[in-house]
Design a protein around this ligand. Structure first.
Ligand code: HH2
Length: 301
């Protein structure tokens, strides 16, 4: 028990290795002072928690501006849902949904935009429209042109673990040991990315909360997030409003804010670099307080 407690203690107060990467705009993503907050904008009719809410261009742009005003460090904009069971849309449709928003928000705000897509054609058009980061939940596997595109443009890329595809991933997820298995899988993807010419500091690793995992798997990944530091890259996690929180809380997706914030606090204390959330301002408050506690006597306003 004592050993387990000290393990938990370590996990909750894990150091966060320095991470800094320059974007095409010259601006940097830098976690020296605090964890960065990535705000989620799904321009889709069917996303699991906000599907349909921001499906028109005007309403999506308003939402993007609101997240900028709330202090988002990154905006993650996607036009295809990856919720369990989802089928996917064409590149044409994805571009039609996201490009006008990316163009406008990139032109009017300095907040870097990340394009959440598995398709190189969509990523390329988004980068041309002003996006500066690629978030590929397939970890550069879905589209054979994605790794070369990211390397050529020199942009940061989020490489996420998923078991199977969104259509199949929740069918009896099983691991020998979830943290070790996900880590080994991500290590292979890092090797693949490096081989393709992507710089190590441009890689963000994501254990894929909710992607082919039981609630216990997801909870264990957050609890031991610091173990992913061994892979030598920044770590991102996206627990926001996900069904594991619904199971813990017995709550629908619109009643998972406080649960999301608890997961964000745990992830910050476990050493993550970026949190991906729908509710920017509350998450930023959590990050600021966690960082202040982490510094303790060394904290200053
Ligand atoms: N989760 C979702 C989508 N993209 N990207 C990363 N890197 N990490 C995540 O955990 C992640 C992600 C699913 O959440 P959401 O975007 O809210 O829903 P949907 O995929 O249904 O649009």
């Amino acid at each position: 028990m004592a050993e387990r407690m000290s393990g938990i203690q370590n996990a909750l107060w894990a150091d966060r290795p320095a991470w800094r990467v320059e974007l095409p705009s010259g601006r940097c993503l830098d976690t020296a002072r605090r964890v960065l907050v990535m705000g989620v904008l799904n321009v889709t009719p069917d996303s699991f928690s906000d599907g349909g809410r921001y499906f028109g261009h005007d309403v999506a742009l308003r939402r993007a501006r609101a997240m900028v005003a709330e202090g988002a460090d990154i905006l993650d904009i996607g036009g295809e849902s990856t919720r369990p069971g989802s089928a996917g849309v064409s590149a044409e449709e994805e571009k039609r949904r996201v490009l006008p928003i990316i163009e406008r928000i990139a032109a009017e705000s300095g907040v870097p935009v990340s394009i959440d897509t598995q398709k190189a054609e969509v990523a390329e058009a988004a980068l041309d429209a002003g996006a500066q980061i690629v978030n590929d939940v397939s970890a550069l596997r879905s589209d054979s042109r994605m790794a070369a595109l990211v390397a050529e443009r020199g942009v940061p890329v989020c490489v996420m673990h998923m078991r199977g595809t969104p259509r199949t991933m929740q069918k009896s997820p099983a691991y020998a040991e979830v943290v070790g298995d996900v880590k080994r899988w991500l290590q292979e993807r890092v090797a693949f990315a490096l081989e393709a010419g992507i710089r190590r500091e441009a890689i963000l690793l994501d254990p894929g909360f909710g992607f082919g995992k039981t609630p216990q798997h997801n909870l264990e990944l957050v609890r031991r997030l610091h173990e992913f530091h061994e892979l030598g890259c920044a770590v991102l996690i996206g627990p926001s409003r996900k069904s594991t929180l619904g199971v813990v809380l017995n709550a629908e997706s619109d009643a998972r804010l406080y649960g999301t914030l608890a997961a964000v606090a745990c992830a910050v204390m476990a050493g993550c670099h970026v949190v991906r959330v729908h509710d920017v301002k509350p998450a930023l408050d959590v990050v600021l307080v966690c960082e202040a506690v982490r510094r303790g006597m060394e904290w200053s306003p």
